[in-house]
Design a protein around this ligand. Structure first.
Ligand SMILES: [Zn+2]
Length: 342
């Protein structure tokens, strides 16, 4: 399971809420008292566990976290653009492609690890993606890839005959909801679609993409960016609990949780990212699964790159060598993340 929350900074993941941004300016927060009550704690270990309790209570105990710069660990992207399409493409293919320089870029000419897996007989029909942003049809090259891609504001499921079913209700929410961001739907209904997809199709490999964390930050709403981050953490906990209760997934499922780019720092740049924003190349990564030795953020690997995620997915499935042979430009797996695999 590759789970991405768009544009979540390593600073919030490892330090929790930033005091300076719990403010009218530069945070864009109206109810600063309520936000401090919910997110401010004296110590950073408390702040981050308040913001992301699943990451800091479960993943930090049973898995690994990469990119804590306060401990001298770095996770960074390889592409120079520092925005979304190049970032997701790097995550999915294992390399940065200079041609991919726009979020409007046409269907991906490169083959993602998801498409590569879906072409193997044992994964055919068992690879899916559910996400809020409408660019994912192009990033995965849905027409060519042979994987399910449910994205944007499109009604997620085929027309239902039973109007009282969960699927019919989800379709209706997508059809009738106000499109606050025309190209990005809300996380809450998408999360339900992802769960419905997992229960009904039982994919072996899946991408889930949450988008609100980036949108609220662009809108200079630190309160909603924090609440969206905390909610994504709860969604991931919900997925973990649901899948650990399913015999198909229990004790044999790996979660890789990361982001597509970082953001700047300081009063202005925290809202933004892109080629000219310092620090937007810095990301973070969390891994939890049966092959992942429990090390928390005290991992031995001091530097990982976004481009290593694709091969890490293949490695968790025992297919790294085959993937790298088929995709020689891809970076190798983060070895330590799957070191328990025999
Ligand atoms: Zn993004």
């Amino acid at each position: 399971m590759l789970i991405v929350s768009d544009g979540v900074r390593w600073q919030e993941v490892f330090r929790g809420a930033e005091q300076r941004l719990l403010s009218r300016s530069p945070g864009g927060v109206a109810d600063t008292t309520g936000l401090r009550r919910d997110f401010w704690r004296t110590y950073s270990a408390e702040r981050r566990a308040t913001l992301m309790p699943f990451l800091w209570n479960t993943v930090a105990r049973d898995g690994q976290l990469y990119g804590n710069q306060d401990l001298g660990r770095v996770a960074e992207i390889q592409n120079r653009f520092k925005f979304s399409y190049p970032g997701y493409s790097e995550l999915f293919t294992g390399f940065a492609d200079e041609r991919i320089d726009s979020n409007e870029y046409p269907p991906n000419p490169n083959v993602t690890v998801f498409e590569w897996l879906a072409r193997r007989p044992e994964f055919r029909g068992k690879v899916g993606a559910v996400a809020t942003w409408d660019a994912f049809g192009r990033i995965f090259n849905r027409e060519r890839a042979g994987i399910d891609v449910l994205f944007g504001w499109n009604a997620p499921f085929p027309e239902e005959t039973d109007a009282t079913s969960r699927r019919a209700m989800l379709n209706e929410l997508y059809r009738t909801g106000i499109r606050y961001w025309p190209s990005v739907s809300f996380d809450a209904p998408m999360h339900q679609v992802a769960k419905e997809y997992i229960r009904s199709k039982q994919p072996r490999v899946m991408f889930i993409g949450y988008g609100e964390t980036d949108e609220w930050a662009h809108g200079r709403r630190y309160d909603l960016a924090l609440r969206a981050t905390q909610q994504v953490d709860a969604y991931i906990a919900d997925l973990w609990t649901m899948m650990q209760a399913m015999p198909e997934y229990r004790d044999r499922t790996t979660f890789i949780i990361t982001t597509d780019h970082g953001r700047g720092s300081g009063g202005d740049d925290w809202t933004s990212h892109g080629e000219r924003i310092d620090g937007a190349e810095d990301i973070w990564m969390a891994v939890l699964g049966p092959d992942t030795p429990p090390r928390g953020d005290l991992v031995q690997t001091t530097r990982v790159t976004q481009s290593q995620v694709a091969a890490t997915i293949a490695a968790a499935l025992g297919l790294e060598r085959e993937f790298l042979a088929a995709s020689p430009r891809s970076a190798p797996a983060v070895r330590e993340a799957v070191a328990g695999r025999r």
